[in-house]
Write a protein that binds this ligand. Structure first.
Ligand code: AMP
Length: 305
């Protein structure tokens, strides 16, 4: 009855107009697991790293009650590395390099203990691997999936086979337009939900997020940040906060789903305050709650005031 997270674990070199970090902790599964750890645990992580993956990062994940039995450490191989450079408009990022290294051989083998996890978060990896994960699971109750334009462009057929097997798809606005071949997000959402996922979340960067569920459209505000240091991992932190909260409360009603979107937004807002995973390393459930309440006041208004 746990929460399984599958995705990349890697070392990121990131430059913004303000600062730079080299070989810092990164990867989709890393951000998702850390974000989810504020709500539930242990979080079961499945991923792969090389022998150069620093022990301090292993320790950091363990300290957050992330179960690393499914983290393959391959001797003689190097860890996945990614590098990005942000423009003054932090919504614009160039990928400088992607070194797949050990990730090229990744076969997500789910340890027996993890196969009965009832919640699954499929980080942004090849849809063929996402399907392989689902093949090994025993009737998961709730599957959340992330993807990106790289897979929408390059592996559309495989992605189309995964979508009917997931309950929630989380993508950003440009990915939604690309997947649906439709510029209008409301129309795009309708088309994407016809591809399989009952629930769709479209992230709009610093403009919040939209939740489409049943006949409901819920618009979550974005947190007005005075300083964004590094947007890397915001989407993954959103997914971690979202599924972590739902796993904690085991309630999949629309009201709970809306709260989960706000918790996801809260974790994403903490993430971008600092480089790499620093912004989500030292939180507490109370701090997350405080930010959740700030989100509530952001768009609360009284007709009579
Ligand atoms: P995001 O900012 O949400 O796009 O996520 C950034 C994280 O995704 C970084 O920590 C990277 O290490 C990781 N990443 C970047 N490219 C890939 C890729 N092709 N496959 C898997 N993970 C990736």
């Amino acid at each position: 009855m746990g929460l399984l997270v599958v995705g990349s674990v890697g070392l990121d070199t990131v430059a913004t107009p303000f600062d730079k970090v080299e070989d810092a902790l990164g990867g989709s599964a890393t951000y998702i697991s850390l974000a989810a750890s504020y709500f539930t645990g242990p979080v079961y992580l499945v991923g792969i790293v090389g022998e150069d993956f620093p022990t301090r990062y292993i320790n950091l994940l363990s300290e957050h009650n992330v179960d690393l039995e499914g983290l393959q450490v391959v001797q003689g191989e190097k860890t996945f590395r990614w590098s990005g450079k942000y423009h003054y408009d932090l919504n614009v990022r160039d990928t400088l390099f992607t070194e797949l290294n050990v990730f090229e051989k990744f076969d997500p083998i789910i340890p027996e203990k993890f196969c009965r996890a009832n919640f699954v978060c499929l980080g942004n990896i090849d849809p063929v691997l996402q399907a392989r994960v689902l093949d090994q699971m025993v009737k998961p109750k709730f599957v959340v999936c992330d993807t990106m334009n790289y897979w929408i462009d390059g592996k559309k057929d495989d992605l189309m086979k995964v979508l009917p097997r997931v309950h929630v798809l989380i993508i950003n606005d440009s990915e939604a337009r690309l997947l649906a071949k439709e510029a209008n997000l409301v129309k795009a959402a309708k088309k994407i939900r016809e591809m399989g996922p009952e629930i769709l979340i479209i992230k709009k960067g610093e403009h919040g997020a939209l939740l489409f569920m049943e006949d409901i459209i819920f618009s979550a505000p974005a947190y007005p940040m005075e300083m964004i240091n590094d947007p890397t991992g915001a989407g993954d932190s959103f997914a971690g906060g979202f599924i972590g909260y739902l796993h904690k409360c085991q309630d999949l009603s629309p009201a709970s789903m809306k709260r989960a979107v706000i918790y996801g937004s809260a974790l994403a807002s903490f993430c971008v305050e600092n480089f790499s995973t620093k912004g989500i390393e030292d939180l507490s459930y109370l701090r997350v709650q405080d930010r959740y309440r700030e989100f509530l006041t952001l768009s609360k208004f009284d007709e009579n005031d």
